[in-house]
Structures are given as C-alpha cells and as structure tokens.
Design a protein around this ligand. Structure first.
Ligand SMILES: Nc1nc2c(ncn2[C@@H]2O[C@H](COP(=O)(O)OP(=O)(O)O)[C@@H](O)[C@H]2O)c(=O)[nH]1
Ligand SMILES: [Mg+2]
Length: 231
C-alpha cells in the first residue's frame, strides 16, 4: 500500500458498549460517540446483559446494533469483538465514565501502527473520579504483579476504555466472562508481544444507576486470572 492509498483509506470503526441497566446513561453515551465520529465510517454495538430497564429500546432507537449476552462484561466484550465489522474496535463503558472525545487518540494510535491502545488513569493527563481507595490499592497491586510476571510496563489495568486493531484481537484468545477481561487483555497482549500504547484518560463518576463491579469478589477473580495465566 503506498502512502497515497493509505492516506485515503478511512478505517471503519466499531464502538462496542457493554450494558446492564444503563437507561439513564445510554442515550448520552451514544450521542457523545455520534458527535465525535461524525463524518467517519462507524457502527455502534450494544452488548446487553438482558437489562430489565429501557436500555435496549433506547439504544435500538438510536441506531445501535443490539446483541445479547447473559454471562458478564467480559463475555459481552468478547461477543462484541467477534461481531464487530470495523478495522478499529473501541470498547467504552455505558455509564458516562469515559469521555467520548478521547476516542480520537484511541483511533489515531491504531492508525499510526499500534495494535492496542489503552486508556490510563495513572499517567500525566489521566485521572479518576470514580475509584474508591480500596480499588485504587487493588489496581496498583495488580499492575505491579502483571508487570513483574509478564515483563510489561503498564500504569493501569482494570480500565476498559481501549482500542484494538481488529486483526490482532483473535490472537488474544480471550476467555474471561466477568470483570477480569481487561486484565486478561493486558496479560495476553504482553505474552503475544503486541504493540501497545497507553494514552491518558480521565474517568468521570458514573452518572446514573449502580456500578456492578464488586470490589472483593471481582478483585479475587482478577487475582485468579493473573495466577492462572502464569501456569
Ligand atoms: N453486558 C453486560 N454489561 C455489563 C455487565 N456488568 C457491567 N456491565 C457494563 O460494563 C460497564 C462497566 O460496568 P460498571 O458497573 O460501571 O463497572 P465499574 O465502572 O468497574 O464499577 C458498564 O457499561 C456496565 O453497564 C454484565 O453483566 N453484562
Ligand atoms: Mg463504571
């Protein structure tokens, strides 16, 4: 491919949004995505865990493709990755924690040659307003473990605002159904020596509704994932 062709080739982008009872947020999330991607070629996939509220009708009325999954956030993302038609895949939460305009950096990073771009709350320019002290502590410990066991240099781990080169995603052979999915992605990316870049990301407070992550239950799951991958 010569430079001219590359310049003219607009990548197709798939935005993958896992949802569970996000009726108070989903409209604004999709609006935010639409605003930033105006003029680009893209699709929005909502992978819903059988929400009991109006999440699905709202998302469908805004043109999102709806896919159902009953197992958890990880399983929802894996299904989204498999169904996505884009060259660049973006995972973004449905609770208004992630700033849509940061997608520009997520997209650019893949376009300039990285395989995965990970938002990080813990490098200059990043931050979080949605992380109680125990989670902050747990995340830090997990970062240290993953970096030392898998020879990586991550600054953040349990954060789902990321982008991926589509043809690299199958190399990760992802299996985690729950909240350990981000950890599994980071570990597999290190094991497969993928080209990873971190960009600063500011995580805002969840807007409406309840967070589903359980600090201790899911923290234990993440720890198990780290040690299982050592074997
Ligand atoms: N499909 C699906 N999505 C989920 C599930 N649990 C959480 N999510 C979504 O995953 C994203 C992150 O969840 P959240 O509860 O905000 O986790 P936290 O930010 O880590 O506390 C949100 O968009 C949720 O709606 C689930 O079981 N299935
Ligand atoms: Mg959240």
């Amino acid at each position: 491919m010569n430079m001219q062709t590359r310049k003219n080739h607009k990548p197709h982008i798939s935005v993958i949004i896992p949802t569970l009872n996000e009726e108070g947020n989903i409209k604004q999330v999709i609006n935010g995505v639409d605003n930033v991607l105006k003029g680009a070629s893209y699709e929005v996939l909502v992978i819903d865990g059988y929400s009991k509220d109006k999440t699905v009708p709202i998302a469908a009325s805004m043109g999102a493709r709806i896919i159902y999954d009953s197992r958890g956030k990880g399983s929802a993302l894996i299904k989204g990755f498999a169904e996505a038609k884009g060259d660049i895949l973006i995972s973004i939460d449905a609770d208004l924690s992630n700033e849509p305009k940061e997608m520009r950096l997520l997209i650019d990073s893949i376009e300039i040659g990285y395989d995965i771009c990970m938002g990080s709350r813990f490098i200059t320019g990043g931050g979080t307003q949605d992380m109680p002290i125990m989670r902050r502590f747990g995340n830090r410990i997990f970062v240290i473990l993953v970096n030392s066991f898998f020879h990586a240099h991550y600054s953040d781990l349990c954060y789902g605002y990321r982008s991926f080169r589509k043809d690299k995603i199958h190399e990760l052979a992802l299996k985690e159904n729950k909240f350990a999915i981000e950890t599994e992605i980071s570990i597999m990316a290190a094991k497969k020596h993928l080209k990873v870049i971190e960009i600063p990301s500011v995580e805002k407070k969840r807007d409406s509704g309840q967070g589903k992550l359980r600090t201790f239950g899911d923290g234990w799951g993440i720890l198990c994932t780290i040690f299982r991958n050592l074997l």
